[in-house]
Design a protein around this ligand. Structure first.
Ligand code: SF4
Length: 502
């Protein structure tokens, strides 16, 4: 069997790829097996086709829906036909992977040749073996036999998500590319994944559902990786990577080791606020982090209970006080608006919560920053059937929050609801959405490209934003099976949401 030449296609700038653990993982797996590979990014400077020679397969990393039109642009730049059905014997097999396509592969099903539903470690060798077959047809047939791989052109048999059962024995990219002259998003640091998945079950959170079950790395393995990672990469900082950091029982000891034993700087991801203690906050501050991120999402107890993320507003204020008292200069609070059934009183409660947090922070010389995001109903979550608030309504709520919070002296940034609408259309799209993605990419991506593509194809955006009957099986569940997020469970959870919102 021939060894394939593989291309890694990352439809974002190089700097963004450097901050993606999946990118380092894929490169490391290929290098470890001695498989030649080439890389392509969405560069800001003009594309130079001379850099590139056509590989047997292109691995496209697609963590977010809004990267899909850029993937189309990348394929165009590479002169690879953008529709799977138009590719010939000489064209690479395009394989997509990442959270967004794991949840719903249908919107790329007309573009890519195969989608990996789940995590790459357990099936990497099988995928490489499948690519060694002599013809395009035989490669696709062999890929369809690999666990977790969905090949749209060979039928719609449901594919069960694959995942690494034990993180300690899973291969880890200890050597990470940290070039001089390019500043990665987290700074020059070694990225260390401590946990994959999250057991909390917040009803809007796609990552929480598709990465189940939660798997922790052991303290022993975390410390081994940390020491080796900072040594081989010659960096003085470790960026911890997980969904709910202190939910790993080893996290505090790992943090202690990094800061106190090795004298490293640290970066800790957004925390479950109820897991913050004085000791932990002091360690984070001693590791040089200036801002702590928490995600209460709302100040309304009713909404917090409905989305299954209730901590109590006193706990939020306590977390802010603990953080600032420990020496962190600011606390960033993530908020979501537009949950179905959210009222003016719920929004008022959010303003009140932030006002309280700001008072607590200011009394100790700190400050609060807020990031407001529109609610987007995502596939493979209990809220996948829920309607999304209309654009005008989202604008109104965001501008109300922005105005009221700015008056309190709070720095507010908000996700543009127009992008949220585009994201929702793709996230909940079926196979027909592939043509929208192609047209969107061809029209240059961005909001203008989305609007023009939807208009040209007569796409009724509102149809994708409307609620679905919860008795209906969403089309993505017919393609991808998530054993830890079964339809019956999601339905019951959605009902619990509706009951809680009254
Ligand atoms: S929102 Fe955070 S805590 Fe909740 S399920 Fe998602 S990752 Fe876990």
């Amino acid at each position: 069997m021939r060894r394939p030449l593989v291309g890694i296609a990352y439809p974002a700038p190089y700097r963004a790829a450097l901050s993606s653990l999946a990118y380092h993982l894929l490169k490391g797996l290929l290098a470890g097996e001695g498989i030649p590979y080439t890389e392509v990014f969405m560069e800001e400077e003009p594309w130079s086709p001379g850099r590139y020679r056509p590989p047997t397969a292109l691995f496209a990393s697609l963590p977010y829906e809004l990267m899909y039109p850029d993937m189309v642009r990348l394929l165009d730049q590479l002169r690879v036909p953008v529709r799977a059905g138009e590719r010939g014997e000489e064209d690479p097999v395009v394989i997509a992977g990442g959270p967004a396509v794991t949840a719903n592969p249908l919107p790329v099903s007309g573009i890519v040749d195969a989608v990996l539903i789940g995590e790459v470690e357990p099936v990497f060798h099988d995928i490489i073996d499948a690519l060694g077959y002599p013809s395009r047809k035989s490669r696709l047939e062999a890929l369809a036999q690999v666990d977790g791989v969905y090949v749209p052109s060979l039928g719609n048999e449901p594919v069960t998500r694959v995942y690494a059962r034990d993180l300690d024995s899973a291969w880890y990219p200890v050597r990470q590319e940290i070039p001089r002259g390019v500043e990665p998003v987290w700074g020059r640091s070694f990225m260390l994944e401590t946990t994959r998945g999250c057991a909390r079950g917040c009803r809007f959170c796609m990552e929480g559902f598709i990465f189940r079950p939660k798997r922790d790395r052991s303290l022993k393995r975390i410390l081994e990786l940390m020491e080796e990672g900072v040594r081989v990469n010659r960096v003085g900082k470790v960026a911890f990577y997980s969904l709910a950091f202190f939910d790993n029982p080893a996290a505090e000891r790992a943090l202690e080791h990094a800061v106190e034993a090795l004298g490293l700087e640290v970066s800790v991801p957004s925390l479950r606020l109820e897991t913050l203690t004085e000791r932990r906050a002091r360690l984070i501050a001693a590791g040089g982090q200036r801002t702590l991120t928490i995600a209460p999402e709302t100040g309304s107890c009713r909404v917090a209970r409905a989305i299954n993320k209730y901590a109590g507003n006193e706990r939020v204020l306590e977390a802010v006080e603990t953080a600032v008292a420990a020496g962190l200069r600011s606390v960033k609070m993530y908020l979501i608006t537009g949950f179905p059934g959210e009222t003016e009183e719920d929004l008022e409660a959010t303003v009140e919560l932030v006002a309280g947090a700001q008072r607590v922070a200011a009394s100790r010389g700190g400050r609060v920053k807020v990031s407001v995001n529109p609610f987007i109903p995502k596939p493979v979550t209990p809220l996948q059937w829920a309607p999304m608030a209309p654009l005008g309504e989202l604008r109104r709520r965001i501008s109300m929050l922005r105005r009221r919070l700015a008056r309190l002296g709070v720095e507010v940034d908000a996700y543009d609801p127009r992008y949220a609408v585009a994201q929702a259309v793709i996230a909940r799209g079926g196979p027909e959405a592939s043509e929208l993605v192609v047209e969107w990419g061809r029209r240059g991506g961005g909001l203008g490209g989305f609007r023009a593509a939807a208009k040209a194809l007569g796409v009724e955006v509102e149809r994708y934003l409307a609620g679905m009957d919860p008795r209906e099986d969403p089309p993505w569940h017919r393609v991808a099976v998530h054993p830890y997020a079964r339809l019956e469970t999601l339905r019951l959870e959605y009902k619990a949401y509706l009951d809680a919102m009254g």
